[in-house]
Write a protein that binds this ligand. Structure first.
Ligand code: ATP
Ligand code: MG
Length: 454
């Protein structure tokens, strides 16, 4: 235990709403502590993302104390106390229950704890004491409790020592704990990248071998987790660490397959993915908006192109090939990570605009620039251009075109049309109906050539 004068955690740095929740629960006669990432990050001198509270009050007792309270979760019942946009997550002390991991009996309604055939906890609602709660948490540095009655920090698992050593160490037997909940593999990688802690040897050892257990986790939960990994300002480090640990292929199978290819396209794709991740981290640092749809569009871009090529080989018309490939690639990804429809639609729009950005004809250009996803699609094109010099001219063209007024845009389009289709300069010849047919076929081909850039 650290007493008030032995640590740096100050109430000044704790959310007022979290403090309100702690005081309120204490006044009602319950124990209540700040725990998890909030305490850990404050001790590391970082700004916590959110504040979690642990208490001996049951979810129903918590709800009775707060009007602004919503109970959520089935696997893990929790109370959310809502203050405008801030949510304070309040969890009742829980206990480990290893005896549950051998039970495969059919669940009854009253089951508080349940495990799947793989030993995975599918319900985790066995309540316990404060000490039980400390030992059921994932890493020692996440099991530190801040008490607001005397400002002490309680440590039952050696978290303070591990913070000093800057290591992320699992409480209990890591292999068993990963089996109970394979998402802990992702948490280990994410947290080590986020707060720059080394994963301790024994915590590290089983990761590669057990990573395939992630295929048993629901795609909805993996969607939540992947957002935490990709949109917290450390996407590049986290993605690369997932790859290094042999975990990424269970989350982004098509992406990893394309990255492992030996072709020169794979090298370009790798550069593209890396610059998109880096760019996402930079946008977050600059407090610019980011959407997971953009990153998934990036991750699946090369798989999409490969699938289109396959369909083209089979003689499918180009437009149909793109549509079918987009659906197929997205559906495969969604089997792992449950990307909600509005984000998968957005990614598909970004893709479809890549092809349209390559067609620099008046009608098409003006319709593309007014498209609600134009900005995202343009950013996507610029990132592609950074790893594919052939696209630089097109990206520069759009950079310039956007900032011009209508008159200059018209002139620019005229110039471009002449450059790209010098045939337009020749005086028009009269054509008979047979030739007309041939001409129109040639024209289609040349517009496809433009497309190839997009
Ligand atoms: P972040 O900074 O991302 O919020 P965090 O450690 O606070 O990191 P939360 O998801 O907010 O992560 O979880 C709060 C706490 O709940 C964790 O610190 C940990 O003690 C416990 N916890 C969360 N998920 C698990 C899990 N899958 N298994 C065991 N304990 C967990
Ligand atoms: Mg947290």
């Amino acid at each position: 235990m650290l007493t008030r004068d032995q640590h740096q955690v100050s109430r000044k740095n704790i959310s007022k709403n979290a403090l309100k929740v702690l005081y309120r629960l204490n006044q009602a006669g319950y124990q209540a502590y700040l725990v998890g990432g909030g305490v850990r990050d404050l001790l590391l001198g970082l700004r916590p993302k959110d504040f979690d509270v642990a208490t001996d009050a049951t979810p129903e007792q918590i709800k009775a104390e707060f009007r602004n309270c919503r109970l959520i979760g089935r696997r893990f019942r929790l109370a959310h106390i809502l203050y405008g946009r801030e949510i304070i997550e309040v969890a009742t002390f829980r206990a480990n229950h290893p005896e549950a991991s051998v039970s495969n009996k059919k669940p009854s309604k009253r089951d508080l704890s349940r495990t799947s055939e793989q030993g995975m906890l599918v319900r985790d609602n066995v309540y316990g004491s404060l000490v039980d709660d400390a030992f059921r948490r994932d890493f020692t540095v996440n099991a530190l409790y801040y008490r607001v009655t005397d400002f002490a920090i309680l440590d039952y698992t050696g978290g303070l020592k591990d913070l000093d050593k800057r290591q992320l160490k699992f409480i209990g037997d890591p292999e068993e704990r990963y089996r109970e909940d394979p998402v802990r593999i992702l948490r280990a990688i994410r947290l080590s990248c986020k707060i720059n802690l080394q994963i301790e040897t024994k915590t590290h050892a089983p990761i590669k071998q057990l990573a395939q257990l992630l295929t048993h986790v629901s795609s909805a939960r993996l969607w939540d987790e992947s957002n935490k990994m990709l949109l917290a300002g450390h996407a590049q480090a986290t993605f690369n660490s997932l790859k290094q640990h042999g975990v990424a292929q269970y989350l982004f199978p098509l992406t990893i397959q394309s990255l492992n290819d030996t072709s020169s396209q794979a090298q370009n794709f790798n550069q593209f993915v890396q610059s998109a991740l880096k760019n996402t981290d930079k946008r977050i640092a600059d407090q610019q908006p980011v959407t997971p749809a953009f990153l998934f569009a990036v991750f699946l871009w090369q798989p999409l192109l490969e699938q289109i090529e396959l369909f083209n080989h089979k003689g499918m018309p180009p437009y149909e090939a793109r549509q079918k490939a987009a659906s197929q690639v997205m559906t495969t990804q969604q089997q792992c990570i449950g990307i909600p429809k509005r984000f998968s639609m957005m990614a598909k729009e970004i893709w479809s605009l890549q092809f349209r950005l390559g067609v620099r004809r008046r009608k098409s250009v003006f319709s593309v620039i007014q498209h609600p996803r134009f900005r995202a699609a343009y950013d996507f094109l610029c990132l592609r251009a950074a790893s594919d010099t052939e696209l630089q001219e097109l990206a520069d063209w759009w950079t310039e075109f956007q900032i011009l007024d209508d008159q200059d845009r018209n002139q620019m389009l005229q110039r471009t049309e002449k450059q790209l289709n010098p045939k337009n300069l020749k005086p028009k010849k009269k054509v008979n109906s047979k030739n007309k047919h041939r001409r129109s076929r040639t024209k289609t081909k040349s517009s496809n050539d433009n497309d190839a850039h997009g």
